[in-house]
Design a protein around this ligand. Sequence first.
Ligand code: TYC
Length: 109
Amino acid sequence: MSDSDKTNNPDSPNVGVVVKSRPKTRKPAMYKVLMLNDDYTPMEFVVHVLERFFQKSRDEATRVMMHVHKRGVGVCGVYTYEVAETKVTQVMDLARQNQHPLQCTIEKD
Ligand code: TYC
């Protein structure tokens, strides 16, 4: 029996190869959340912010805070746009509530 006969025979099982499609995907663009130095925000507040919103240990938070204090700017973390935007809002809201001028911004990685 030829292949085309089998195709038309209602009693013949349908045999095929499963092919997994691999649709083209793109890694999301990543954004750095930057913390800026100022003369008024207490060091302890900055360390608290880094622990609370950026999951830093006390040691790492202190290291990042001191880097910003000395160099003027530092990276808190790298995230997708929405997450980075949320972190900036959370930091700025808490700073405002406590009347600190702490500034935080986003930069494309
Ligand atoms: N410069 C501040 C002070 O001496 C401390 C500080 C560190 C402020 C980091 C902001 O992002 C900052 N109290």
